[in-house]
Write a protein that binds this ligand. Sequence first.
Ligand code: GDP
Length: 298
Amino acid sequence: MFDTLSDRLAATFKNLRGKGRLSEADIDATAREIRIALLEADVALPVVRAFIKQVKERAVGSEVSQALNPAQQVIKIVNEELVGILGGETRRLRYAKNPPTVIMLAGLQGSGKTTLAGKLGRWLKQQGHAPLLVACDLQRPNAVNQLSVVAERAGVAVFAPEPGNGVGDPVKVAEDSVVHARDKHHDVIVVDTAGRLGIDEELMRQAADIRDAVSPDEILFVVDAMIGQDAVTTAEAFRDGVGFDGVVLSKLDGDARGGAALSVAQVTGKQIMFASNGEKLDDFDAFHPDRMASRILG
Ligand code: GDP
């Protein structure tokens, strides 16, 4: 991911090297090239516009630094603006004062929620927590089983409906899981919810009902970075239908152009908190906007 964007930006900056002071025409030409690079990378248009405006304003008004040549100065501005659209600071999970902390996962089917539940469970365990993964995706026949498998691989406990006992009711499972967590001293629960391939009102309502039943401390919206521009539309639908506190990008290991990663935080106003970059449990970490910006700029 980001390879093409990185190459394009590197070529743009190369054109600036060796220049003395940058003229307005130089800045215009550079801004145009950055704009094309971002659009080609599938970044949402309003995000591109705002980005270019900022970069231009800052480059023209040039905070002229003696220490940096013009190319370095533009790179510095682009870097800072990239960090900004990626959410600025790294945002950490908020834990409840009275455990268990409830983390609810929401997103389309196939976005990587169940895989993420396992990754997050393992990550939380490594941080010294005693997580419980909760199977509230009762829509997809194999989802409960899949969650049990990832939980076992992650070495964390799972809470799933007993056959015949509220099997069809994810809200009850979620409620019961909180009681179970208190009983068994799990301090964080991760609730996996159902998602359809497209945005679906009934499932959106179900997610909202689960939310109302367990009042999550964090609702994380999981989005497949490979779906490009659709990531923004989907994020908006989930923001309006369920609401969420943070974003998890999955499948960053894919060869998508990266626009989703660069648009979602800006468009929804919610920060990217974690990123998944593979199918293995360890392919996962907290998201750091500054590191991602450096990766893009090479
Ligand atoms: P869910 O329907 O939202 O629960 O999605 P799943 O967790 O079942 O994931 C859907 C598919 O994407 C599975 O085949 C996962 O192995 C795969 N997957 C999940 N996360 C990643 C990731 O970060 N990278 C890659 N390459 N595949 C992933």
